[in-house]
Design a protein around this ligand. Sequence first.
Ligand code: SAH
Length: 339
Amino acid sequence: MLDLKDFEYGELVKYLTGIGEPKYRAKQIFSWLHKGVASYDEMTDISVKTRRRLMEETYVSTLKIREKYVSRLDGTVKYLFELPDGNCIESVVMRYNHGLSICVSTQVGCRMGCRFCASTIGGLYRDLTAGEILNQVIFARKDMGERISNIVLMGIGEPLDNYDNVITFLHNVNNETGLNIGYRHITISTCGIVPEIYRLAGENMPVTLTVSLHAPNDKIRNEIMPVSHKYNISELIEACGTYFAKTGRRISFEYSLIRGVNDSAECARELAGVVKDIHAHVNLIPVNPVEEREYRSITRRGAEEFKKILEENGVNATIRRTLGADISASCGQLRKKVL
Ligand code: SAH
């Protein structure tokens, strides 16, 4: 059975005209799917005959809300969604001044092995389909009853390790017949798969790229991020430079501060040297302690000192505001608990 949400709009047109439907049918169905209908029966302007025909080969995919938590501190909402095969993924909706932003998952589990991360414990189960990535936005929006204006691909999984499905998702979520979310309002977070950064730079989609750097040199990065053995920092920075040149989108770097690992003044100075030339922004995140891992976070004061050194060396930096601290909103933590 086919999930029509896995089709790009053009493919949907082709499929429907192939089974004898007029071209405009694609627009109607695409629009219904993106509204989050639960079945073909809800597509009231489509004839019963056509609905029956569709049901022969295709189905309307949905996501079940298995658990939902709302932060009393800031209204952040965390969903544990259940996929049709019983696997679970997490999505988080955050409220900012400029609107709602959703953080979506791209894989069930992850094979990147970052040492501080909960999502990679247990490895990769499978990629999410384009429809499954999209359904997180569709069903969170439906449940919230509000427009979602920004998307970050920063949940469970490595987006660039599920490249084709992520691209299909981006095209569909951007389509004006559907949710119509602009590329400039979408951010992809990657641990740094260099060839795929070049590929993305050539897609002609001005999405923001944020790179999980977490270390100022290969020695430290090798210890905490296995992907670093494959692509070193200088290759990574070169790819980021190309991305910026081709898309005009400024890169930002994520840097989780881990006590005694990457938080020294020396690290801050070295980091400034690494990112300065490509005019990147650094997002400092006090590492979120994960039960199974030995890493400890640094103090707010320590983070501020680190930030000050970056700024003194000409680098823009912010310390990530913590949202949803009372609902374990960091990705991977909830799914693991349920497993
Ligand atoms: N695979 C992608 C996106 C998912 S992870 C990536 O690596 O960017 C989203 C972000 O959370 C990444 O920057 C990741 O390094 C960071 N992260 C993972 N576990 C963390 C933890 N325990 N504390 C702080 N940040 C963490």
